[in-house]
Design a protein around this ligand. Structure first.
Ligand code: ACM
Length: 447
């Protein structure tokens, strides 16, 4: 109740176009929020009648979503909300949005505005891409160099860094650009999200996309030299000690069921000539470097499972074989997700063909859009996404939901991020929520 009231008061500034009175009157309906047994999780019934508006739901999230729908009606109709009954429930339990804060750091206020936006569209999982080669963004008490150095670059933006030598600098360097979240910041964002019925899922990239870590802790790389490797050395036990220590602090900050460990685009090149990695391959009777990555992922997964958490990885973790319990995030199209579902693994669909919101939205980006990473994912394409494509009904039950991703190589400003997010994230939210979504014209009219 306190959460809902706080949200309504905060949103009364225009986001939720209503104001509050102490008592009901001729023109001021009473708002009832009722918890009642029965009904699917997150479902609600919204009943607008003369003098009385009632939201009924089996859980607090359902009440919250009923209020979102009421807010959308009010936004459209002003103070004269039509008499209506809406009974509604989400199609998927996982309706996600991912933000990359490595390529361009975003402060916690920016992140909280994205969470507000997510709540409005009834999205409920925030995947926070906290670490990558372009910068480490989360305070880890045991390893201060991650945020004293690996969070800072002597270039104002990602392009300068990427094409200018990929160097980091000390936070006190006059040219330092970047930043990180303190553990207090993280706790604040997690609590802010919780009150909006959003679970925050942290991603800590491993074993690839880790240039920033290996620049400051080069003993964890195959060469042992800074600015040389992108992948952790899997032959070295110190790698596991480091990652488990980092994850210990991470799980202390994030109560989420899932921890995302990345796993994408690991070139594995340094492993092929590394005596320690090759020794590991022989000792563990592995066939090749893909199986070495699987060995690594299994070991991290066991560690997480022993602490009550489940692992998510990008679809590359399928390549050397995965455990039954790992959840796959399908990004290189839907193929990885289809293969994982056929094997009985849980899947989150975020194929770059439909869900990459950093891709261009028009066929004339040079003329019509800010500089971007490439691709072409117009809103119509997002809206047309069928997460069940090519799956039998048994396999469909492995699909937990969908997610839109914003990678930020070229996205430095709030305005640009909004330009990429909307209206495509709204279209994807509808893919995640509605089963009977078919009419793009209707969607466009409502937008
Ligand atoms: C990814 O886009 N590399 C997951």
């Amino acid at each position: 109740k306190a959460d809902l009231e706080a949200w309504m008061r905060r949103s009364g500034d225009g986001f939720f176009p209503v104001s509050f009175a102490e008592a009901a009157g001729d023109d001021i309906p009473v708002l009832y929020l009722l918890l009642a047994e029965g009904g699917a999780p997150e479902s609600y019934r919204l009943d607008v009648a003369r003098g009385k508006i009632t939201v009924t739901a089996p859980d607090a999230a359902g009440l919250f979503y009923g209020l979102q729908s009421l807010g959308q009606l009010a936004e459209r109709c002003g103070r004269r909300i039509p008499a209506v009954v809406i009974e509604d429930a989400p199609r998927f339990g996982y309706r996600g949005f991912m933000l990359d804060v490595s390529r361009h750091f975003r402060d916690k206020e920016f992140v909280e505005r994205q969470l507000d936006l997510m709540a409005r569209y009834k999205l409920n999982r925030f995947h926070w891409h906290l670490t990558d080669g372009a910068g480490w963004r989360i305070e880890i008490k045991k390893y201060p160099a991650l945020t004293d150095i690996a969070a800072w670059r002597p270039y104002p933006d990602w392009e300068g860094w990427n094409f200018g030598g990929k160097r980091y600098c000390h936070r006190d360097d006059p040219a330092a650009a970047g930043g990180y979240y303190t553990q207090d910041d993280i706790r604040e964002v997690v609590e802010y999200a919780r009150a909006l019925h959003i679970e925050v899922i942290p991603e800590i990239e491993m074993p690839g996309h880790s240039e920033e870590v290996l620049a400051v802790y080069p003993e964890l790389s195959c060469s042992g030299k800074p600015y040389t490797d992108s992948d952790f050395c899997i032959g070295n036990e110190q790698t596991f000690e480091f990652l488990e220590s980092v994850l210990s602090e991470v799980i202390g900050l994030f109560p989420s069921e899932y921890i995302h460990i990345g796993g994408d685009e690991c070139p594995k090149q340094s492993w092929t000539s590394c005596p320690a990695c090759q020794q590991r391959i022989r000792n563990e009777r592995l066939e090749h470097e893909n199986e070495l990555q699987s060995y690594f992922v299994h070991r991290i997964e066991k560690w997480l499972n022993a602490r009550g958490r489940n692992l998510i990885g990008w679809d590359e973790i399928l390549e050397g074989g995965i455990s039954k319990t790992a959840t796959i995030m399908s990004w290189r199209g839907a193929d990885g997700g289809v293969a994982a579902a056929k094997a009985g693994n849980q899947v989150i669909m975020t194929p770059n063909t439909h869900c990459y919101l950093d891709y261009f939205q028009t066929q004339e980006p040079e003329r019509l859009e800010p500089l971007g990473i490439g691709g072409y994912v117009p809103v119509r394409k997002v809206y047309s996404f069928d997460p069940y494509d090519r799956l039998s009904s048994a396999e469909q039950s492995c699909i937990q939901g969908v997610q839109g991703n914003i990678w930020t190589e070229y996205i430095a400003s709030f305005a640009h991020a909004q330009h990429m997010a909307l209206p495509r994230l709204a279209a994807l939210a509808e893919v995640g929520w509605a089963c009977d979504r078919r009419d793009f014209g209707d969607f466009t009219r409502r937008m």
